[in-house]
Design a protein around this ligand. Structure first.
Ligand SMILES: *Cc1c(COP(=O)(O)O)cnc(C)c1O
Length: 399
């Protein structure tokens, strides 16, 4: 069957960072300055990030995963503790629970939004539970009020995974620290980038002090200019720390990315609205629903679910889109189905039906600020072409 579809000549990736002359000049300036690792730009970036989110402490790090690692240590997680989280996340969220020798406890998700299902949270709490890690999935916030309510009633901490959430608000407040701690990521596919990087936010001075030492070799007092004139080369190790510091090379990108993240997010929202409109005509494809509670969505990912009526599997759709020069991503394969976790915790396999159902059916289609409206139209035309070529149900009825 013909749809008048014409394949584009170049490949449209699923994501691409917005790197402008501004960032390039700042990186070059850093290279020439003599301070290429943690220094004045990293310090400025942390101040800017704290001001942007409204939290008193922002600790920049080599990655969000590094933040998840030292965050759990600083919260005092011990072997045998249970930490509740969602299976619909990047593996690092669960890997770091495992690295802390604690036990991940999964709570299933909402099929419509893929956010953790807060109504199932309470049933997952046991006497060993110490905390909850909600994920603000795809740029929308998890429903924090009921989550915080369960946490308060059981004396649990909440450590938000806000890797997708720079600019995301829940009931008027920036996500990241409704309770003890939160982490953001600046990996190149995220809403702003520092190549690799992340930041921990907290309102707790004591926790911030511990995290600062854990981040850099266990040094409590850190002065980037200790080798400079007037600085002191003496250091004191107060605990065995890691080396997760954030370089000025990264901050050079981050300072300008953060200043523009509002524009980037606005563009993502425009492009997403166009997808919403165009995909409304494709009933075989189910886009993510928008949560009903008050929030500001940063549209980090445009996730679709490939329904049975499509006549193609998700994997086939991905392969066929690639043939049509469209890149896709999978965010995420439910973590408990990954080989390590399925072998270590076999009782979870089959126990999280919603996450398992979507895990087989979801994919992320291209969404990044440099895309054009025509790119969005092309992606939707390519999806329709795949469905028609597959002879999926409903295909003949479409114009
Ligand atoms: C990207 C991501 C992380 C990890 O971020 P890094 O900076 O790559 O370590 C953690 N959680 C979620 C949900 C993510 O998408």
């Amino acid at each position: 069957m013909r749809t008048g579809f014409a394949k584009r000549g170049d490949f449209l990736p699923f994501s691409r960072p917005t790197i402008r002359q501004l960032e390039i000049d700042e990186v070059v300036d850093t290279l020439r300055s003599g301070w290429i690792t943690t220094g004045p730009k990293a310090e400025r970036f942390e101040k800017d990030f704290a001001a942007y989110t409204g939290f008193p402490h922002a600790l920049a790090l080599s990655s969000a995963t590094a933040g998840q690692h030292i965050g759990l240590i600083a919260l005092g997680v011990k072997p045998g503790d249970e930490v509740i989280t969602t299976p619909m996340t990047w593996a690092s969220t669960v890997n770091m629970i495992e690295v802390a020798r604690a036990t991940p406890v999964f709570v299933d998700i909402h099929r419509a939004t893929l956010q953790i299902d807060e109504s199932r949270l309470e049933a997952a709490v046991t006497p060993r539970t110490v905390g909850i890690i909600p994920v603000h999935y795809a740029g929308a916030p998890a429903d924090m009020d009921p989550i915080l309510d369960v946490a308060r009633r059981h004396g649990l901490w909440v450590f938000e995974d806000a890797a997708h959430g720079v600019g995301c608000r829940y009931k008027g407040t920036h996500v990241g620290c409704y309770d003890r701690l939160g982490v953001f990521s600046f990996h190149p596919i995220k809403n702003m980038t520092t190549a690799e990087g992340g930041v921990l936010v907290t309102q707790d001075d004591e926790l911030a002090r511990t995290l600062r030492a854990l981040r850099f070799h266990g040094l409590e007092k850190q002065a980037w200019n200790r080798y400079a004139e007037g600085g002191s080369p003496q250091v004191e190790i107060v605990l065995p720390g890691f080396k997760y510091n954030f370089m000025d090379m990264q901050a050079a990108l981050g300072i300008h990315q953060l200043a523009s993240v509002g524009e980037f997010n606005a563009r993502r929202r425009e492009l997403s609205s166009l997808y919403d409109k165009l995909l409304a005509e494709v009933p075989e494809i189910e886009p993510l629903a928008i949560p009903r509670y008050d929030h500001f969505h940063t549209r980090h990912l445009y996730v679709i679910k490939v329904l049975e009526s499509a006549g193609v599997t998700r994997d086939r759709l991905i392969a066929e889109l690639k043939v049509r020069n469209v890149g896709t991503g999978i965010h995420f394969r439910a973590v408990h189905t990954q080989p390590y976790y399925a072998a270590r915790y076999p009782h979870w396999v089959g126990a999280l039906p919603v996450a398992e159902w979507v895990s087989e059916r979801l994919c992320s289609i291209p969404l990044f600020p440099l895309m054009s409206e025509d790119d969005v139209r092309y992606v939707v035309a390519a999806i329709k072409d795949v469905l028609v070529s597959a002879g999926g149900a409903g295909a003949p009825a479409r114009k």
